[in-house]
Write a protein of this length. Structure first.
Length: 241
C-alpha cells in the first residue's frame, strides 16, 4: 500500500516489514542522516514501546514511522511533546474530536490511547547526534477481544470512516516540521500543556497518589499527594480515577 508514497521533499526509507523503524533510524543517524529524514514501514515484528514494552504493528493497519530530528540540548526535552502535539494536530485536521494528551505523551481519542511516541537519542561520546522520534498510530487495528480493548482505539472505527494512510503520514510530517522549528520555545510548551487531560485529575503514578496540579517547563508532572507533599514526576505511567 505504502509503495505509492511520494516523499520528494525529504530522504526516506520504506519497508514492507521490519523489526523496528527505530533501529533503522538510529543506524541511519549514526551514518549521517539529515534532520527530517524518515523511516516508514507497513509492519513491525519487534516494535518497541515505552518502558521496554512491545508495540504491535500488524500489517497495513497502522502508521509506524521514525523521524530523525536534530534538536539542541535545550530543545531535547520537548521532543516528546512535539510528537504528541503533531499527532494531535493531525487528528484535528481529519475532524476528530475529543483529542487529548495523557501525560506525558499518550495521544487519546475519546479517552483511549490511539498513538504512542518513543524518542530515542543517538550519541557519539557526549555529542548528541540526533533523536529518532518513533510514532505508532492505530488506524484500523482491531483490539476486539484483546487486553487492550477497553484502553486502546483506532482512528477509523472512532470516526466511522476510511482514511488513506499516505494522507495521514503527509499531514503528520507537515505538523512535525512545523513544531520542529519551534523546539525549545514557550509556544510549543504551552500548546502541549493546553492539550493535557491529566491536570486537575486525581492520579496514581509511580506509587504516588494525589492530584496532578501542574507541569513544569521540563515537562515533569507535579503531583500533590494526600499528605500535601508535592512530588516532581519525570517519567511514569499515569492512572486516572
Ligand atoms: C509507547 O509505548 O507509547 C510508544 C510506542 C511507540 C511505537 C512506535 S511505532 C514506530 C516506532 N518503532 C518502534 O519500534 N516504536 C515506535
Amino acid at each position: 500500500m505504502l509503495q505509492t508514497l511520494n516523499l520528494t521533499d525529504r530522504p526516506f526509507k520504506y519497508f514492507t516489514q521490519v523489526d523496528s523503524t527505530q533501529d533503522i533510524a538510529l543506524g541511519w543517524l549514526r551514518d549521517g542522516a539529515e534532520a527530517g529524514s524518515v523511516v516508514i514501514c507497513d509492519e513491525q515484528l519487534k516494535g518497541r514501546g515505552r518502558h521496554g514494552r512491545t508495540w504491535h504493528t500488524p500489517h497495513g493497519v497502522a502508521l509506524a514511522l521514525s523521524v530523525i530530528l536534530k534538536p539542541t540540548l535545550k530543545g531535547m526535552g520537548q521532543v516528546t511533546m512535539l510528537g504528541a502535539l503533531a499527532i494531535s494536530d493531525m487528528l484535528d485536521a481529519i475532524g476528530a474530536d475529543a483529542v487529548s494528551i495523557k501525560w506525558p505523551n499518550d495521544v487519546r481519542l475519546q479517552g483511549r490511547k490511539v498513538c504512542g511516541v518513543l524518542p530515542e537519542a543517538a550519541w557519539d561520546g557526549d555529542k548528541l547526534l540526533g533523536v529518532a522520534l518513533g510514532i505508532g498510530v492505530n488506524v484500523r487495528v482491531d483490539f476486539t477481544g484483546t487486553e487492550l480493548e477497553q484502553t486502546a482505539i483506532s482512528i477509523e472505527p472512532a470516526l466511522g470512516q476510511r482514511f488513506d494512510r499516505i494522507m495521514l503520514i503527509d499531514v503528520l510530517l507537515k505538523r512535525i516540521d512545523f513544531w520542529s522549528q519551534r523546539l525549545g520555545t514557550p509556544e510549543l510548551f504551552d500548546a502541549w500543556k493546553s492539550r493535557l487531560d491529566t491536570l486537575g485529575q486525581v492520579v496514581t503514578v509511580n506509587g504516588i497518589h494525589g492530584k496532578a496540579e501542574a507541569v513544569n517547563r521540563d515537562g515533569a508532572l507535579l503531583v500533590r499527594d494526600d499528605a500535601g507533599i508535592l512530588h516532581t514526576v519525570i517519567a511514569g505511567d499515569v492512572m486516572m480515577e
